[in-house]
Design a protein. Sequence first.
Length: 235
Amino acid sequence: MTFSTPPLDRRPSAAESGPDGDATDLLAAIGTDRPEPADDGTQRRRTLMTCLGCGVLAFIIVLAPAVVWWSWQDQAGDEASSPAATQPPAASDPGEKGGGPEESEEPTDESTEEPTPDPVSPAPPDAKAMNSIASPSGNIVCSLAGDTVSCSLREHRLSEHCPTDQPVSVQVEGEAEPHIGCGQDAGDPQPPQLDYGASATDGTVACTSRKDGMTCWNTVTGRGFMVARGTLDTF
């Protein structure tokens, strides 16, 4: 028994086809399995969608921080304008635990003023407030001011202190010893009269008028004098 082999299907070679062989048939045979290229319109749509997505993403990245900053500013402005923020803090009770140090009170005028010492020889209770006086005869005139008192005799027989044609004066000031001088008139030209037995006072000095003379002194220190036409004593 004889078997015959069927001839294999083969494409003719270029040599077999001849120089004028159909080259397009060969290219068509080779490219029969390659996919068709995509349409130009579809490709453009894909590119456009990709660019649009990138633009939206970039916009979100730029805009998001600005939105957050604006929201924070609005919240801070609301807190600043609220009544609780504008009201001053309530003063803490010094007695509460953890409170600040107590404020020291400023010294008042009463605490800074030095107290007046008790008088050694106070003025009589019925002494009148006067700063210039004269004896009923008008021969003795005196001036009282603060802690100083001085008297002058216009006519005297105290030649051991001053010539008789000049007034003689005596003065006590504060804690100083009485001072005697000549030629000075201590009182006003026409001072008010202080009757015998009456007293006058001003500040811390006082005077009492008597028939035997005028006695004046500093009520705090007790220093003073007594003057008359023929008498001048200091103490």
